[in-house]
Design a protein around this ligand. Structure first.
Ligand code: GN1
Ligand code: MG
Length: 381
């Protein structure tokens, strides 16, 4: 995902490779350098600098992870559709700095948005949004509010996009019961002999599996609507202005697909109302922070406005628990499977991520009444 200004980066040894790929995009100048950025768990991301007679322009290049996204062209088609839609809405609203408010895919020489290199890997490029940064842990209530407002606005903006134009690039992305079934099959197979070490986490997942079908069942019964949603609303998928702290732009649009608003709100709670980063190694430090949760409810309702139905609002307090459980389960499954999905930076990283998520589940279950009370007093009407 685009993570401008995230970490220093290092000049990439794949410079010549990136230079060759860069030549196939319509960039403002000639290639100068590429720096690898350590961002996101999925794609390989580079910051590319170009120059034309002393004027520099910077871009984010991404090699799309083919193990995760089997159809990179469809993924990028969704991104192009969503960014064009948001751009039109911003133009209509008279927005003055659209370039910082919405991602822009760079066109390829052939007029598309993706190129395939000589290794069969797919690449795309975005204009880099300058003077912006991301946060892994929330700094303040006002920042939590701003993030939730931005994702609420995003939901409202996309309400006018026809849902059937979006391709479901990862079927069942938030199908928690299906993810639970995969988890059990990996426990059975235990391909890396890690089952014994993860015993307490496996027990936790089994004891809490009742959480899995709750939103899915409501969706199947038609009690909550399918919408165009982001599906990966981590706090660090918002760009904030590096000086003013204002929320500028929603990024990482790869998983924009039909889904539930509650998946988006839940992922936001998981990441922006937690006292610790997603991979905090000490679960004792991980707690749901009620004042931050309150800011998220206020911000999301302010952004999404009347788009949400009463039943969706009824489940805002539960959504975080579901997504923390699902995400913990996915980390645990990947740990047992040999860390083949989420990029890891240390041994047992996925197991630590899982523990932190499961601790959040416990913390939210303990505070469930208080969370429901926050929603009750904030909801409109
Ligand atoms: C992945 O790419 P990134 O880091 O934004 C994952 C999300 C998880 C998240 C956990 C396509 O997101 O679903 O919630 O890691 N993206 C995909 O941090 O699986
Ligand atoms: Mg992502």
């Amino acid at each position: 995902m685009p993570r401008p200004e995230g970490g220093a980066g290092c000049v990439s040894d794949s410079g010549p490779r990136l230079a060759a790929i860069a030549r196939r995009f319509r960039l403002a100048g000639r290639f100068v350098e590429a720096r690898a950025l350590a961002s996101g768990h999925i794609h390989d991301t580079y910051r590319v600098t170009c120059d034309r007679r002393g004027v520099r322009a910077r871009y984010l290049f991404q090699q799309i992870n083919r193990r995760v996204f089997e159809d990179p062209v469809a993924v990028t088609r969704n991104v192009a559709l969503v960014t064009a839609h948001i751009r039109r809405r911003l133009e209509h609203e008279g927005c003055a700095d659209i370039g910082r408010r919405c991602l822009r895919l760079v066109q390829t020489d052939e007029g598309g948005s993706v190129v395939c290199d000589d290794r069969g890997e797919f690449w795309r490029a975005y204009d880099l949004i300058e003077g912006a940064r991301t946060f892994d842990v929330v700094r303040s209530k006002s920042q939590a509010y701003a993030a939730a407002r931005a994702f609420g606005d995003f939901l409202r903006e996309l309400a006018s996009l026809e849902l059937d134009r979006l391709i479901e690039t990862i079927p069942g992305f938030h199908d928690t019961p299906a993810r639970y079934a995969v988890f059990e099959s990996v426990v059975d197979a235990d391909p890396c002999g890690r089952r014994a070490e993860a015993g307490p986490e496996i027990e936790f997942a089994r004891a809490h599996r009742g959480v899995s079908p709750i939103l899915r069942t409501l969706e199947q019964r038609g009690a909550i609507p399918l919408r165009a949603v982001h599906n990966d609303t981590k706090l660090n998928n918002i760009l904030f202005d590096a000086v003013t702290g204002e929320a500028l732009c929603v990024i990482d649009l790869d998983t924009v697909m039909p889904g539930l608003s509650l998946y988006d709100f839940g992922d936001l709670v998981r990441t922006a109302a937690s006292s610790a980063p997603e991979d905090e190694p000490d679960p004792a430090r991980v707690e749901l922070q009620l004042p931050l949760f309150e800011a998220l409810v206020e911000g999301y309702l302010a952004g999404a406005g009347t788009a949400l139905t009463p039943t969706e609002i009824d489940h805002l307090a539960f959504a975080g628990e579901l997504i923390a459980f699902e995400t913990g389960l996915r980390f645990l499954t990947d740990y047992l499977a040999g860390d083949s999905y989420f990029r890891i930076h240390r041994e047992r990283h996925n197991l630590e991520r899982c523990r932190a998520q499961f601790k959040l589940v416990v913390s939210m279950q303990r505070q469930a009444d208080a969370m429901r009370e926050v929603v009750r007093k904030t909801r409109p009407g």
